[in-house]
Design a binder for this molecule. Structure first.
Ligand SMILES: Nc1ncnc2c1ncn2[C@@H]1O[C@H](COP(=O)(O)OP(=O)(O)OP(=O)(O)O)[C@@H](O)[C@H]1O
Ligand SMILES: [Mg+2]
Length: 317
């Protein structure tokens, strides 16, 4: 019934939008069996659904599935978009989608969507909780490593014209080798080649949302979703350094958010190098035009921690 041609753009004009996608092999997409989902071993629950191990044998610990239910009356476009985005990504700091299945729950009149993903050890939130429990802060090297890895993952997405739009502690997963990977492009979106500023409804988790994303009066055309990701990245990394979540008052103005966060960052003086703290300040500028991009943040880390990064990765990507 399905052939690859369904995933090719219909006309050549649209092709430029998709040219960065690696086309998906259908056999890979459907290599998924819903009967292998271990419902009795739930790994976590999120806003959109729950995550379970997916095991072909009891010792198979390689996969999980994210199970999402959507009312039958709603279209599946957004979810399919998330899945296609995940399939098209191939980067060490981005979590790839490895399979999917869509079924209809007739009794509840809901679509059942299962997304197969590589199994990770934890999230930046769980790593932070370990430090809070031990009453120890992250070492500077550890902060630089996570910072750099998240920046590389986001830069890769941005180069593919994808704004993540939901960067938060829970959406940065950590694998068994302690490598950070960004995940969940549930509300990520392709951005037109010509217009990098586009109108989109509010999205993201409020504590991490850039001021302009929450500001109804902000000129829609001025919203730069890549810069909004840079703000969220700044909040995530400040939380890691401060070992505290919900550090932003979601009801205050952009200027007040910037001031409050600057105070929090000031309190970190002595615990972390000024390079890191200045970088956080430059990501947490309420005016997107003054705010550093993810790419610029990567340069700062490379210029100041080149030796450390070479040591971590043996090369600078
Ligand atoms: N690939 C994975 N491997 C292991 N555990 C995972 C994986 N993906 C998610 N989890 C766990 O399941 C939890 C729920 O994930 P999920 O992405 O559904 O929710 P969330 O990130 O909290 O919110 P959102 O729905 O906005 O993404 C995560 O916090 C994490 O603990
Ligand atoms: Mg998530």
């Amino acid at each position: 019934m399905f052939t690859n041609r369904y995933f090719y753009p219909r006309n050549i004009e649209n092709f430029s939008k998709y040219k960065n996608l690696n086309f998906i092999t259908i056999s890979e997409m459907f290599s998924f069996n819903p009967l292998k989902v271990k419902y009795d071993q739930k790994l976590g629950t999120g806003v959109s659904g729950a995550v379970y191990p997916y095991q072909k044998s009891p010792d198979d610990l390689r996969w999980v599935v994210k199970h999402i239910q959507t009312p039958k009356s709603e279209t599946l476009v957004a979810q399919i978009q998330e899945i296609v985005l995940g399939f098209s990504c191939n980067h060490p700091n981005v979590l790839p989608v490895k399979g999917f299945h869509i079924g209809l729950d007739h009794l509840k009149s809901m679509w059942d969507i299962y997304i197969k993903l590589p199994r990770m050890e934890g999230t930046l939130r769980s790593k932070m909780n370990e430090h809070i429990a031990d009453n120890t802060q992250f070492s500077e090297e550890q902060i630089v490593q996570y910072f750099y890895e998240v920046v590389c993952g986001l830069e890769y997405l941005h180069k593919k014209k994808i704004a993540h739009r939901d960067v938060k502690l829970d959406n940065i997963l950590i694998d068994k080798d302690n490598v950070a990977k960004v995940s969940d492009f549930g509300i990520g979106k392709f951005i037109d080649e010509e217009t990098t500023h586009i109108e989109l409804e509010r999205a993201g988790t409020l504590f991490y949302s850039a001021p302009e994303v929450l500001d109804k009066n902000f000129q829609l055309k001025k919203r730069d979703l890549y810069k909004a990701d840079a703000w969220s990245l700044g909040v995530v990394m400040t939380e890691l350094c401060a070992l505290k979540t919900k550090i932003v008052n979601i009801f205050s103005s952009g200027e007040d958010k910037e001031k409050d966060l600057a105070k929090k960052i000031e309190e970190l003086k002595g615990k972390y190098n000024d390079v890191i703290l200045d970088l956080l300040l430059s990501l947490l500028k309420c005016d997107p035009e003054e705010r550093k991009t993810v790419e610029e943040a990567k340069k700062v880390l490379q210029e100041n921690y080149g030796d450390l990064l070479v040591y971590f990765y043996r090369y600078l990507g």
